[in-house]
Design a binder for this molecule. Structure first.
Ligand SMILES: [Zn+2]
Length: 125
């Protein structure tokens, strides 16, 4: 099952990480979502309402900035509801697909990984 969580330390760590790699994010067409204390406060008070579940044991941490979605082996993902090009459910499914197929994409570039993962998402539907 997916455990939806919020943790201020995880949120801040993620925003610092994204800030450090924001040039890489831009070069790879990943939207950078700048930190905003008001958005952090809003997220603490009001988490996205979602009942999406899956078989796998996943910790899904909401974050208030950085980038839309990330995955961390073995079973953690971070999702930012401020990313507007996809719904939170789409982002969650995408990051879980990354976790499942990470061993197959080790030597690929970011673009190749994304194409591979999106291919798997389509075939799973
Ligand atoms: Zn991806």
């Amino acid at each position: 099952m997916i455990r939806y969580k919020y943790n201020l330390i995880v949120d801040i760590q993620k925003q610092v990480e994204a800030l450090r790699i924001r040039r890489w994010l831009r070069e790879n067409n990943v939207t950078y979502i700048p930190p905003n204390p008001w958005e952090t406060l809003k997220l603490i008070c009001n988490r996205p309402k979602i009942d999406y579940q899956c078989e796998d044991d996943i910790d899904c941490y909401w974050i208030s900035g950085g980038n839309g979605g990330s995955y961390y082996l073995p079973n953690r993902i971070t999702v930012c509801p401020r990313e507007k090009s996809h719904t939170v459910e789409e982002i969650i499914k995408h990051e879980i697909t990354h976790l499942k197929h990470e061993s197959e994409v080790q030597d690929m570039t970011h673009q190749e990984k994304e194409a591979y993962i999106i291919g798997h998402e389509k075939s799973a539907k």
